[in-house]
Design a protein around this ligand. Structure first.
Ligand code: 9WO
Length: 252
């Protein structure tokens, strides 16, 4: 799986990829991901290496020029062709995109990769988006100063799903959202902190009771905070009779 990233700030990526879970995906024996950075400024065509200009029609800010973006993408495509790699979809990060979901992350993790375009300034010339962007992805209803952090967020979400990247091979299967419910609370030492004890069931050694308690905390948190996720899990047939009995006690 490979990401090609078109960005004005390639230096933002290295420290993140050299740390923690993402490092194991990109470096060393378990490396299964490849990231290639395409610095947009290398595709400027004038002596000032200009990649932005004022918007037609006036108004504040600058627009990313369609020509350097197009040349950068052509370079990505040429690299794919030369190496016999498949053409991968072009993703742009924007608050106007479709909200990112764990289902989309899973699909991407099982795919050959994507070209990630990181916007800056006021945005990209619309002609590049219309002609080349396959998918616009949003991380939520807020505005950043560039698409690099969303690109890193997507890379991180995909990297941790690669086999052998997480320490415990199963640990992501227990995560929030792997079963479409929110996560249960976690506790560690000490047993009592400032007068507050860890829930006793977690110290009981009774594995079935612990599993039931955790499932009920997931159901309770999801019911209170994201009730639409309960409905979705029900629709997928993922709630047991015991789950439904517990949920019925919450609605009283
Ligand atoms: C900004 C914007 C604001 C309101 C509606 C649509 C919008 N699109 C963009 C946009 O594409 N901006 C470019 C990328 C240039 C400025 C910085 N960019 C950006 C991406 N800011 N915030 C995001 C972003 C991406 C994904 N999820 C949340 C925010």
């Amino acid at each position: 799986m490979r990401f090609d990233v078109i960005t004005l700030f390639p230096e933002l990526f290295a420290p993140f990829l050299a740390t923690g879970v993402t490092r194991r995906a990109f470096e060393g024996p378990a490396a299964c991901m490849d990231l290639c950075l395409w610095p947009l400024r290398e595709h400027a065509d004038d002596a000032y290496r200009r990649v932005d200009d004022r918007p037609y029609g006036g108004g504040p800010g600058m627009v990313m020029l369609v020509e350097p973006l197009t040349r950068a993408l052509q370079a990505v495509r040429a690299g794919q062709e030369q190496a016999g790699r498949p053409r991968t979809p072009v993703i742009l990060f924007s608050p106007a995109g479709a909200p990112l979901t764990q289902a989309r992350v899973r699909d991407l993790a099982a795919s050959p990769g994507a070209v990630l375009v990181c916007g800056r300034y006021e945005g990209l010339d619309q002609r590049f988006i219309d002609r080349h962007v396959d998918e616009e992805i949003s991380l939520g209803d807020f505005v950043l100063s560039g698409g690099e952090l969303p690109a890193l967020a997507l890379i991180d979400a995909v990297a941790r799903l690669q086999p052998g990247v997480l320490n415990d091979a199963q640990s992501h299967e227990q995560d929030s959202f792997s079963d479409g419910l929110l996560d249960c609370p976690h506790y560690s030492r000490p047993e009592v902190h400032e007068g507050e004890a860890v829930p006793p069931v977690l110290l009981s050694g009774h594995h079935a009771a612990i599993a039931r308690w955790r499932r009920e905390r997931q159901l309770e948190a999801t019911w209170r905070r994201r009730p639409e996720l309960i409905q979705a899990a029900r629709g997928r047939g993922e709630l047991t009779a015991a789950d439904e009995r517990f949920l019925a006690t919450l609605q009283l």
